[in-house]
Design a protein around this ligand. Sequence first.
Ligand SMILES: Nc1ncnc2c1ncn2[C@@H]1O[C@H](COP(=O)(O)OP(=O)(O)O)[C@@H](O)[C@H]1O
Ligand SMILES: [Mg+2]
Length: 393
Amino acid sequence: MRILIAEDGLTARLILTGLLHKFGHEVIATTNGAEAWEIIQQPDSPRVVILDWMMPEMDGTDVCKKIRAMGGPYTYVIMQSAKTEKKDIDMGFSVGVDDYLTKPLDSEILRHKIHVAERVLKYETKLSLYAKEMESLANERARQLIHTDRLATLGTLSAGVAHEINNPLTFIAGNAQTMERAWNQVAPQLQEQNEQMAFILEEFPKMLTGIHTGVNRISKIVSGLKRFARQEKYIKHPFEISTAITTSLEFCHSKLKANIQVERSPDDSLPQVFGDIQQIEQVLINLIMNAADIMKSLPAGHLGIKAIQEGAMIRISVQDNGPGLPHKLLNTLVNPFFTTKSEGTGLGLSISNGIIEEHGGQFSAHNIPGGGACFEFTLPKYTNQSESLSEGL
Ligand SMILES: Nc1ncnc2c1ncn2[C@@H]1O[C@H](COP(=O)(O)OP(=O)(O)O)[C@@H](O)[C@H]1O
Ligand SMILES: [Mg+2]
């Protein structure tokens, strides 16, 4: 251990230093309180200090007071003195002294007292490490709670909005359809009857198309919101991830143009995963569609889908060679409503993230050094405890 001593008497200082060396400690010796205080203020100063009571410039109790006012890691203070009066000892403790050494010095007692200091400091270090760990855990937990809370609020809000929009939407869609049918009957007659109707004749179908586009877009948002609000019940079974990948690729077939080459790593020898296959297909479809969107105009697009085993989980990745994700977006991607597409809802990734969380897996995204984005998620492997575990959730 490194020990700082402050002692103005030469003989006493030499004896103390000698003994501490003999016990295997490193000693920094000073001759008065002010000098000792200089060293104590430096970073990485010794954490055990032996102070003489009476010293020129600054005496032991003053140094001790300063040490206690300083804060930071704990310094163990031993006061050395010929003063044995009860009131003196009492005064020393009241300014924060941890222990006393009486003069003349007894080497055995000194050894024991240094041991005590060592023990106290060891526990103090452990405790402060533990406290730091607890603090970061608490912070992390608070952060998660805020995030979950926000998503829960958004979920409730989305469910409400989806429900509210749905009624007027049905109403608009129904009427637009009737109008369209009626129009198809009326238009030929109007044309014959009146030349001035030409403008309406031309514009009316466009208006109808406009209504259709609007309605379709609203329905897309509404069904996205509903899924985001997780109103569906999950039905979990063991299944092969390769089946889900095949189905999803088939579903996206028309989106994967000739410029996009699909590469699948062999995945049929993997153990089964446990989850709701339709929900997982939903995740895959969204990732494949996003990749197809981003590679639409590339001369040579490449879509890689890989599944590997990783301990108790299966990791699935969907990778493209598009421009990748802007760095500042990597963290906000799963936030609902973030989209860079004029026709996008910005819900695909948040829904996917929600589905994977619900399965006890992790969803993440990163950019590939050579260019392109890689989305990954994990799913638990199926075991004979999967069903009971998932009921407990
Ligand atoms: N593979 C990808 N490469 C680059 N950007 C992507 C990729 N996938 C998603 N993004 C970005 O993330 C946004 C959100 O995606 P998503 O939640 O699926 O909603 P949407 O597809 O409706 O926009 C996209 O608009 C796009 O900007
Ligand atoms: Mg999408």
